[in-house]
Write a protein that binds this ligand. Structure first.
Ligand SMILES: Cc1ncc(COP(=O)(O)O)c(C=O)c1O
Length: 419
């Protein structure tokens, strides 16, 4: 794995949450939060459309390279209304699974705007993706490539419509990973593609999710390009995914400007133009989402405040599964703050939304916002603990719009067969 400068190394994800007064602008006013909960109920996912559009623009403008295409990685958030914002901004979509591609089509993306880089597809799923018109596939293994070529040959498609790439596995660059193809396997891959009348035209690099150390990307550009040159028909470079989001305002933040400049300079040294694909997930969408919840119980254990809220770790899942706790915001004027645990509405021993936060003394009925949950938030929520999932609302231009219904208990029995 590439060694990254000490001072740029990202802090571990498991950040300690704090109350947010003064550390960031209020996402929206308490009045808005109250009205939203009154209208749509609690808990509630709220996405700020303007914030999302600004982030999309900032990321897109940070890379001067001319032949580039951004594809939003919908593994992080599959809400159609949000996907449509990416589509309107001219982005394509990055699919990890056939479900991602399905959502992209539902959101109105042209199939040509979908890049597929997933693992372990069944032949029937490959056929489905081809039928939907997905053109670009980055394969994770030689055996998947071979199966795809078999499926492809049975479909009678025009070779110009399909672009094949390989996901890179190079421990010195990608770290130890189960995913990807080693350079020593490239000649075999090229032969398999050629036998089906196709070419390996792309190399796909994924640095690993949530990387805030910009140099972890920039230091490997050269090596990734040198590896890509081993592919005789190389014409596109897909550089991931994996860009971090500064959940911890005092920690490292991925530097898009530096990354864009460096990447553009190094690509210019190739002496020819290739196509650059960038597929940000959390970096694009984490910051626009918050989860509103209400305090429903307060107790004190000595000087520690224990807040019970009407949401659960299963509605958000980030603390349990994908990195650390997120910051918890409340609107009370900053006075004295107390060490506080924020606990979910189940008895599951890990049902904490925040641990050891510094929050003011709160009352039953007060509202909190769990910040930066636009990525891997709703998308990773689940029915463990049997609480139906929250609704989602989009705030834009001073208006709010329901973009996903709250589930009710019916969802718990929908697919069950019983007498
Ligand atoms: C190939 C690929 N690209 C992009 C992403 C999005 O990742 P991130 O949210 O880290 O940008 C993922 C996430 O799993 C991925 O596997």
């Amino acid at each position: 794995m590439v060694k990254v400068d000490e001072q740029l190394e990202a802090k571990p994800q498991n950040i300690v949450p704090r109350g947010r007064q003064g550390t960031r602008e209020t996402p929206y006013s308490l009045q808005v939060a109250s009205e939203l909960l009154e209208t749509y109920g609690s808990p509630l996912y709220v996405y700020e459309g303007e914030t999302l559009r600004q982030t999309i623009q900032q990321i897109a403008q940070s890379i001067p390279y001319r032949h580039k295409q951004f594809h939003f990685a919908s593994v992080t958030n599959g809400n159609i209304s949000l996907l449509q914002i990416f589509r309107e901004a001219g982005w394509g979509l990055h699919a990890n699974t056939p479900g991602d591609a399905y959502l992209a089509l539902k959101a109105g993306f042209a199939p040509q705007k979908i890049v597929y880089s997933g693992s372990n597809l069944r032949p029937a799923e490959m056929a489905q993706l081809l039928e939907w018109g997905v053109p670009t596939f980055n394969f994770d293994s030689i055996s998947q490539l071979q199966q795809f070529c078999d499926v492809y040959q049975n479909q009678n498609l025009s070779p110009n419509l399909t672009r094949l790439g390989l996901r890179l596995n190079l421990p010195a660059v990608t770290g130890e990973s189960r995913i990807g193809v080693r350079p020593a396997e490239f000649p075999a891959a090229v032969k398999i593609a050629q036998a089906a009348g196709l070419q390996i035209r792309g190399l796909h690099f994924y640095r690993g999710t949530g990387t805030n150390a910009t140099k972890a990307f920039t230091q490997v550009i050269n090596e990734v390009m040198a590896t890509a040159k081993l592919l005789p028909d190389w014409e596109y470079l897909d550089f991931g995914g994996g860009f971090g989001y500064p959940y911890d305002r005092d920690g490292a933040a991925f530097d898009w400007e530096m990354f864009g400049q460096e990447l553009t300079q190094q690509l210019a040294q190739l002496g020819r133009e290739i196509q650059l694909v960038i597929e940000p997930g959390r970096a694009a969408i984490a910051g626009c989402g918050s989860l509103l919840a209400k305090i429903i119980s307060v107790k004190w254990q000595e000087s520690k405040q224990i807040l019970g809220v009407d949401t659960t770790v299963a509605n958000i899942s980030v603390p349990a599964v994908h990195g650390g706790y997120r910051e918890i915001f409340c609107w009370q004027e900053t006075g004295e703050t107390y060490r506080t645990d924020v606990c979910g509405n189940t008895t599951y021993s890990r049902d904490y939304l925040g641990k050891n936060c510094q929050l003011p003394a709160l009352q039953i009925g007060d509202i909190i916002a769990i910040l930066d949950v636009g990525a891997y938030g709703y998308a990773m929520s689940y029915h463990f603990l049997h609480r139906p999932l929250p609704a989602e609302v989009l705030l834009e231009g001073g208006r709010d719009r329901l973009i996903r219904q709250r589930e009710d208990y019916k969802v718990l029995v929908d697919n069950q067969i019983f007498t």
